[in-house]
Design a protein around this ligand. Structure first.
Ligand SMILES: CC(C)(COP(=O)(O)OP(=O)(O)OC[C@H]1O[C@@H](n2cnc3c(N)ncnc32)[C@H](O)[C@@H]1OP(=O)(O)O)[C@@H](O)C(=O)NCCC(=O)NCCS
Length: 174
C-alpha cells in the first residue's frame, strides 16, 4: 500500500487549493486524540484556517510543506520551519507530522520524516528540533528514527480532552 504513495513538496498555490484535504488530515489527527495544539471539537473550518495561516510562510520559503499522496488524495503531512534567527542558520523545527489514522503503521510516518530530514540537510539545516506528547505515536516514531530526547516537561500541554500531559523534547543532527 505504502508503495503507491508519493512523498513530495507542496508549493503555496497548491496548498491553498487543497486546504480542504490538509484540513481533513489535521482534524482526523485531533479526532484520533493526538495532541497537535488543538482540542476536541476542532472543526474542519478551523483546520483549514490553520493551514491557510501557513500559506504565507510556505510562499516566502520560511516553511516547507511535504505531503504523502496516494493517487489524487493527500494522506499525510510534515512541515519544516526554518529558524529565522540570524545566529541559527543551521537549525529548523519539524511539526505537523500527521498521517491519516486509516493509513498508520505502514511506514508513511518514517518516509515523511526521512524526506523532511533530507530536505533540511539540503538546505544546510543540520540541527532539527521538535516536541511531542510523551508516550504518543510521535514519541515512538522519533525514538525509532534516531532522535534524541533532551527533556520532558510535565503538564506542558493539554490532551484533546483537556487533561494536562507531559511533553518530550527531541533534537536530531542530520
Ligand atoms: C506519529 C505518526 C505520524 C506516525 O505515522 P505512521 O505512518 O503510523 O508511522 P510508521 O508506520 O512510519 O511507524 C514507524 C515506526 O515508528 C514507531 N511507531 C509509530 N507509531 C507507533 C505507535 N502508535 N506505537 C508504537 N510505535 C509506533 C514504530 O517503531 C514504527 O515501526 P513499526 O511499525 O515497524 O513497528 C502517526 O501515528 C500520527 O499521525 N499520529 C497522530 C499525530 C501525531 O501525534 N503526530 C506527532 C505530533 S508531533
Amino acid at each position: 500500500m505504502a508503495d503507491t504513495v508519493v512523498i513530495r513538496e507542496l508549493a503555496a498555490a497548491e496548498a491553498e487549493r487543497r486546504l480542504d484535504e490538509l484540513g481533513v488530515i489535521l482534524r482526523d489527527a485531533v479526532e484520533s486524540g493526538a495532541s497537535v495544539n488543538f482540542l476536541q471539537g476542532f472543526t474542519q473550518a478551523e483546520a483549514e484556517a490553520f493551514w491557510r495561516g501557513q500559506v504565507p510562510g510556505i510562499a516566502d520559503g520560511g516553511r516547507r510543506l511535504l505531503v504523502a499522496e496516494d493517487g489524487e488524495r493527500l494522506i499525510g503531512t510534515v512541515v519544516l520551519t526554518l529558524a529565522p534567527q540570524p545566529n541559527q542558520p543551521h537549525r529548523a523545527d519539524v511539526g505537523k507530522m500527521l498521517v491519516l489514522a486509516s493509513h498508520r503503521r505502514r511506514g508513511l510516518g518514517r518516509r515523511l520524516l526521512d524526506a523532511v530530514e533530507a530536505l533540511a540537510r539540503e538546505q544546510g539545516r543540520t540541527l532539527l528540533m521538535l516536541d511531542t506528547t510523551l508516550g504518543s505515536s510521535g514519541d515512538m516514531l522519533y525514538r525509532r528514527c534516531g532522535w534524541t530526547e533532551y527533556g520532558i516537561v510535565p503538564g506542558h500541554a493539554l490532551s484533546t480532552l483537556g487533561v494536562p500531559t507531559a511533553t518530550a523534547f527531541f533534537y536530531k543532527e542530520v
